[in-house]
Ligand binder design. Sequence first.
Ligand SMILES: Nc1ncnc2c1ncn2[C@@H]1O[C@H](COP(=O)(O)OP(=O)(O)OP(=O)(O)O)[C@@H](O)[C@H]1O
Ligand SMILES: [Mg+2]
Length: 1062
Amino acid sequence: MDDGGSRIRRRVSLPKRKRPSLGRIFVAPTAAELERGDEKEEEMVAENRRRKTAGLIPVEHNDSEEDMFGDYDSFTENSFIAEADDLEQKYMQLPEHQKHATDFATENLCSESIKNKLSVTPIGNLTELQTDKHTENQSGYEDVTDEPGADLLYDVPSSQAMYFENLQNASNDFGDQFMKERDGRSSSHNTVNEELPHNCIEQPQQNDESSSKVRTSSDINRRTSIKDHLKSTMTGNAKAQTPVFSRSKQLKETLLSEEINVAKKTIESSSNDLGPFYSLPSKVRDLYVQLKGIEKLYEWQHTCLTLKSVQERKNLIYSLPTSGGKTLVAEILMLQELLCSRKDVLMILPYVAIVQEKISGLSSFGIELGFFVEEYAGSKGRFPPTKRREKKSLYIATIEKGHSLVNSLIETGRIDSLGLVVVDELHMIGEGSRGAILEMTLAKILYTSKTTQIIGMSATLNNVEDLQKFLQAEYYTSQFRPVELKEYLKINDTIYEIDSKAENGITFSRFLNYKYSDTLKKMDPDHLVALVTEVIPNYSCLVFCPSKKNCENVAEMICKFLSKEYLKHKEKEKCEVINNLKNIGNGNLCPVLKRTIPFGVAYHHSGLTSDERKLLEEAYSTGVLCLFTCTSTLAAGVNLPARRVILRAPYVAMEFLKRNQYKQMIGRAGRAGIDTIGESILILQEKDKQQVLELITRPLENCYSHLVQEFTKGIQTLFLSLIGLKIATNLDDIYHFMNGTFFGVQQNILLKEKSLWEITVESLRYLTEKGLVQKDTIYKSEEEVQHNFHITKLGRASFKGTIDLAYCDILYRDLKKGLEGLVLESLLHLIYLTTPYDLVSQCNPDWMIYFRQFSQLSPAEQNVAAILGVSESFIGKKASGQAIRKKVDKDVVNRLYLSFVLYSLLKETSIWTVSEKFNMPRGYVQNLLTGAASFSSCVLHFCEELEEFWVYRALLVELTKKLTYCVKAELIPLMEVTGVLEGRAKQLYSAGYKSLMHLANANPEVLIRTIDHLSRRQAKQIVSSAKMLLHEKAEALQEEVEELLRLPSDFPGAVASATDEA
Ligand SMILES: Nc1ncnc2c1ncn2[C@@H]1O[C@H](COP(=O)(O)OP(=O)(O)OP(=O)(O)O)[C@@H](O)[C@H]1O
Ligand SMILES: [Mg+2]
């Protein structure tokens, strides 16, 4: 720990990156300066408390699949591992030393193969898809609306008529059209290719042949000599540590030969076919074709990848419209880092579901190309991460887990092993506490590692300069979008096209062609049915609704007016979806989905369980479902594009739409490779017209740092970890650090009335007063005083447990009180202690249900309530609406209610039953459970640091397990595989796939045949994820074996004998 700390400090002192000028940075504050801000600080604390309470957003917090509590981490020291790393580093240094030269080196190693390929496959192939075809065919839907059929059902809008008329031909036509589109597309590729001036191999690494040859041979020589050097060094090392016992000697020899093998393999693997595809093996290109259907890079992707700044490994921000293909660029850069530079990579994504999607997508690459793909989301992720002997790791993490991972790497002195950090949806840095966490993560990397490259991407960035300054990054942008997006507004029955050239930003497009009955008019005043039936069922459609309830209502309303003909479309597949939903719900099926799915329609919001959501998403992606009514979270979540996106109103919940939100939602329109066009229609009322016109013309919103605004979850947490990790422990260094944050860049705009120095001093005082850190004043001379800080036990416990500092006092008090009389006759008391505090404030108990549950408590359980100070009479009075004079702690009452829900879940294990019993959406119940599982492990880590709470440790280990796997124990190993949720695990288990080994060895084709409703893509992803996990586990075990066999570095006599021999 100390060691790591000093290493960090050494690094920090290097003139790593240019920092903003620091003004008073090296001026230590006087004691008086530290005292002065007292009043201000109190105000600030009070203000922040107020802000905190006022800022609690109910429900919406759970709307996303945020990794709410998935941020526990543990930083167990492991000197064995550290030692192993040192050894490993020696071997790995070979390619690492050559990191910057890798492109040359690897290219040269296989120059022959490149030359061969040069003549056959010009890399110029890898380029843009021309978009001039956008106007070519406005696709079927406009034709469909031309003439309503005469035999139309009265209540069916005319837009459906054409569909039914053409039903016979429709699928054929669609097929033809699809083929035509595809053909057109591929011919366009060809044309582009022929015209392309570029050839990737001719890109920056290009050198004339002779020099290349010279480098090739010298490189090989160098490699050989390094190899020899390695061998001799290792032999020397081994000799130096000649153990006293012969058994140890034997072990050492075995180890040595093993190590030599590893070194050999490393050298061999780095000389594999590297180079042809952006310095990567041509296999990478084949994999993209095979697995993702990507045959050529868009021109911008090529340009971006060959930018000088990218070649020089400078930090980079790039911004392109939604669907622009940003991910591919990031992926290629990540692969370069893993395979060429041979360093680990961290990719930070905003949601658990997206992390899982990415894990599934990249596992096959990992298996084929020889690197690990590790999941850091929800309850998954190892801290500190396993040190790998040979292969590198790609960590795919949520914002919270990414932060914990970086902390852990800093603590163990391994941050330099991280070669690249990629942040998707970089604009999220401006969003609440998650933004603050992202900012802390990046600021820590910038401060502690001068070799880690940072790349951020987003579709919705405005004030890029601020971000550039913060990340010291270059910027690349382009307006490219492979599928043109046409934006429309609908007011009454008129559709306008958004046209930046027009005077008020819109031009008339058409009148909506529909025939509505009076009933339909009343039920569907916004003409949603007419709009969706212009595209479904052959094309997909998303309808964004302001609230969850509204999603369900709109789905039902639409289905009520859809003709029976819609039932016939993919009838069998839809039946399967319903059956599968029933399976995963233990026979339960949401009545709304039961009515809508037969029409190909479903709602999509956080009220669904993750199992249900996954199943519905898969059905939508494969075209079985053609319409989702959804909340805005879908826009930021998984990749579910549509031909047409409809915004039912310019509102998200009660708030008027923001430009960024609007862009994200409409950005889902148009699938690359499938649609020739995407369209969005925003429905609005006359009264909102002015505001909407402004919305469509104004620039995207700026993003601002939340580091200071988020106080306990922001700057406080940051300072505690800076001190805890020994990144910066005195006032000057902490101030220095603050200067390099995003907040530091924007401080003049965000908090004019205070200087950064004052903010730093005040925050440190707050932490000191809370007993989380302690100040040591060092008098360097009569005038010079230095304030150093060290973390207290409570501070360390809060930091290790990643407890929101707003709750660390109360958690401490609750646990302390628990020691006086913990009721262990039932789990209720313990569950209460691990019920997350921040969910409590959002909870509104149903008092009747509360009362019913209360009256069913056993005497022991009643005793728990009594100890907590919640009486049956209070709940009874609440249930009957009586006035209550006695003052009761509302937070305790609400927390107990949530504990009832969790307690009930542990007893019944069915989310459905519990959600019915408590009248809560099942998605919410599931979130509560995941939240409690994570918080329970946070509390465990909190207790581990405080001796007085030793008694809780064993109890919490068990409780965390119970909460994490609230399913049958036999399903747990299967559910460890990314993408295998409870429902799927049950299916696999009953089909005989009972362990990870079973899954890793499964044949995807057999899986498809034996498991209901499993697509080929899913089957392949499950098998590759399982393989990857098995690999990882095996490697970790091997690692452990080696550690066990290794002679401890502090072995008595080892140093002496080494010196003797020298
Ligand atoms: N060169 C290419 N050729 C064909 N398809 C591509 C290419 N590059 C990317 N795609 C496909 O385009 C789709 C959108 O790409 P991607 O998800 O990277 O977009 P994005 O820019 O990240 O958009 P968003 O801002 O919405 O996240 C994906 O399905 C991806 O596979
Ligand atoms: Mg993206």
